[in-house]
Design a protein around this ligand. Structure first.
Ligand code: ADP
Ligand code: ZN
Length: 294
């Protein structure tokens, strides 16, 4: 069985072909340009591959309401050409197979539940901390959409007392993304994150914001695991700082050994590593195929 997977990122597209065990057999990647340049490359890649279904994990915001006239569209992005673009419809016209369609971070959460760090659990929250901050939510055995889809990267923050940085989000200034995404680190310190030493105060401040949002996520959703991916989380010294700050924030209030005693297994990197996004799209494709057969 061959299933197509598309990780549609704001910076790059990754397309792959995989199987029901979550194994990616082939993949390619190209930069995200305007849709009329990028989508033909996607279509060309899957031509003649005989995939049985295709899963798309997309940057957003996107329309996930099946009864909406703009279902399958990228909605309000500032990315040139992509605002109000019918991504799913364009691909459906090219391939008559079942499609899975969700946010990149919801896809990654599903991939992690299916084959990765949250395997077998009925809930998890997946963060990506990179060019932006995205949050995918899997709860009670399914991905959460609700009104639109979770946008946990933009929650409001209590500020770090030693951080005068104004924040870089064009909508909210000092929301989580505005304070903690890769570009915020660069704007605050004048160098890219990977150029800062591991013991720099930058990471204490970074962990402060991420931990604050995780604390809220735990209190709101009670997830069984929290997975942190994205370029910024390559800084592995962040993990112990975040875990410690989450425990301090909660201050013993949540009576769970996962947090009180085993937090190293509770706040973790993606089990699927750099493939979390693509494997997530594969999981969406598999689910779409299973729905179509049911
Ligand atoms: P994207 O979010 O565009 O899909 P990434 O998750 O790689 O891609 O995020 C890119 C952002 O993460 C950039 O702002 C970059 O500076 C930052 N970043 C990437 N790698 C590292 C690293 N090793 N350490 C710190 N920051 C990093
Ligand atoms: Zn914001």
């Amino acid at each position: 069985m061959r299933i197509g997977a598309i990780e549609a990122g704001g910076t790059k597209f990754v397309c792959g072909i995989g199987n029901s065990q979550g194994e990616i057999e082939d993949q390619i990647s190209f930069p995200t340009e305007r849709p009329e340049l990028t989508l033909p490359k996607v279509i060309q890649y899957f031509q003649d591959t005989k995939v049985e279904a295709i899963g798309i994990g997309s940057f957003g915001p996107i329309d996930l309401r099946p009864d909406s006239t703009t279902y399958g569209y990228v909605t309000t992005t500032p990315k040139p050409g992509w605002s109000n673009f019918d991504m799913l419809g364009t691909l459906r016209e090219a391939f008559r197979v079942p499609f899975g369609w969700d946010t990149d971070v919801n896809a990654a959460a599903l991939g992690e539940v299916t084959w990765g760090a949250a395997q077998g659990l009925s809930s998890c929250i997946y963060y990506t901390i990179g060019t932006g901050v995205g949050v995918g939510v899997y709860a009670e055995g399914r991905l959460i959409h609700g009104l639109v889809h979770p946008e946990g990267g933009h929650i409001l923050m209590r500020r770090h007392p030693d951080d005068p940085f104004a924040g870089g989000c064009p909508y909210h200034g000092d929301c989580l993304e505005g304070m903690a995404a890769g570009p915020a680190i660069e704007a605050r310190w004048g160098v890219k994150g990977h150029e800062l030493p591991a013991d720099h105060i930058a990471w204490e401040i970074e962990a402060f914001y991420i931990a604050q949002s995780i604390t809220s996520a735990i209190l709101f959703n009670s997830p069984q695991r929290i997975i942190l991916g994205g370029g910024v989380m390559q800084q592995s010294q962040l993990f112990p700082l975040i875990r410690k700050a989450v425990q301090a924030n909660l201050n013993g209030y949540i009576n769970s050994s996962a947090i009180l005693e085993h937090i190293d297994d509770y706040i973790v990197p993606p089990g699927l590593g750099q493939q979390a996004g693509l494997c997530g799209a594969l999981a969406l494709g598999l689910a779409a195929r299973d729905r179509a057969l049911a």
